[in-house]
Design a protein around this ligand. Structure first.
Ligand SMILES: Cc1cc2ncn([C@H]3O[C@H](COP(=O)(O)O)[C@@H](O)[C@H]3O)c2cc1C
Ligand SMILES: O=C(O)c1cccnc1
Length: 337
């Protein structure tokens, strides 16, 4: 049997199993679709979730010097310390739902002590360059960040992890994500740029004008790697690498908000196979996220008006993923009634 025909057979078998559960036909709605997707990713009628991880990549942005965020750049460093100490929203939600959190510095402007159980140093440079004046990264730096993401994913898979979410921290990264979105979806820049951490109307107008200037400098670029190198972030590139590696490894991928989805747009342009591994955890309040999801033909699990990032949407949606798998494996069938 070819791979395609064995997947079609598996799909039929799983649909039948779901249809015979003790419930009216279709009554578990999108949970049924989710269970089927997970079974197809794992290529089994009895999928299992093992050692879930949330990887948070952190990096600073040279463009933050242009006033594109409502918060100062040094918050990135403080927040990474907060992640390490266990006090951020993502720490709370990961603890609550049983995900292991691993934080990785790929580009923070500030130094940290040694690696610990929940922190890995992989610093490529202390922040990207200011893309208003030069490319954010060199091709080598961008490759190194992608490799960091790949290495971490392989590291957790070695510890039997088969489900992984990606988060980020980096003041100014909604600007970078908006530029990537604009170039990879061809949507007008205005529809891609939002308030991020909470810019005022005049702050938003300023962010738009700076990003227009940057976008105009790179209109000639079409290659996704070149676009990422010029306008990305180190943490975004690391997520791109992580997404590509998780796809290669056959893992289930949890997609967070605006920034993580921008990384997915890049990974998807490099390898469209990444799409079928993705569970879209939530719809962010950041302008543009809904359009990104439309572009990817994706329906989010949750709409909680979050606009935080860090991977918080992944950690919050994880119990729904567990419910889908539990339903498929543990529910009785109608013949048992
Ligand atoms: C205290 C604090 C914690 C955060 N955690 C995530 N972000 C989020 O906000 C940033 C992106 O928004 P912008 O492009 O407007 O800077 C990223 O660091 C993102 O992870 C935070 C932002 C702040 C201020
Ligand atoms: O959706 C996100 O990822 C997001 C939105 C605003 C600020 N930081 C992150």
């Amino acid at each position: 049997m070819t791979l395609t025909s064995s997947l079609i057979t598996l799909e039929t078998t799983v649909r039948q199993r779901i249809d015979h559960k003790t419930k009216p036909l279709g009554a578990l709605g999108r949970l049924e679709e989710l269970a089927l997707q997970i079974a197809l990713i794992q290529r089994t009628e009895t999928p299992a979730l093992s050692n879930p991880h949330l990887l948070v990549f952190a990096g600073d942005h040279g463009l933050a010097a242009e006033g594109v965020s409502a918060y100062p750049a040094d918050i990135t460093y403080s927040m990474v310390r907060n992640f390490i100490a266990g006090g951020a929203a993502i720490n709370v939600f990961c603890r609550q739902n049983g995900l292991n959190l691993l934080v990785c510095d790929v580009g923070v402007n500030g130094s940290f002590e040694e690696n610990t159980d929940n922190f890995v140093k992989y610093k490529i440079r202390p922040g990207t360059r200011n893309m208003r004046y030069e490319a954010a990264m060199t091709p080598d730096e961008c490759e190194a960040a992608i490799d960091a993401g790949k290495t971490l994913v392989n590291g957790v898979q070695y510890r039997d992890c088969n489900v992984i979410g990606f988060g980020e921290m980096g003041i100014g990264n909604t600007a970078s994500a908006a530029l990537l979105m604009h170039r990879l979806t061809n949507l007008p820049l205005e529809q891609c740029v939002g308030r991020g951490t909470g810019l005022t109307d005049s702050g938003l107008a300023h962010k738009r004008s700076i990003l227009r200037e940057v976008a105009d400098q790179y209109v000639q670029l079409t290659d996704p790697m070149a676009i990422l190198t010029a306008m990305g972030g180190l943490e975004i590139a690391a997520i791109v690498g992580g997404l590509l590696q998780a796809t290669e490894n056959g893992m289930l991928i949890l997609i967070d908000g605006f920034i993580a989805t921008a990384a997915l747009l890049v990974a998807h342009a490099l390898n469209p196979a990444v799409r079928q591994h993705c569970i879209f955890c939530h719809q962010s309040d950041e302008t543009g996220h809904q359009l990104m999801l439309n572009f990817l033909n994706a329906q989010p699990l949750l709409t909680l008006n979050l606009r935080l990032g860090e991977g918080t949407g992944c950690a919050l949606a994880y119990p729904i993923v567990q419910a889908a798998v539990g339903m498929l494996n543990e529910m009785a069938t109608m013949d048992s009634l």
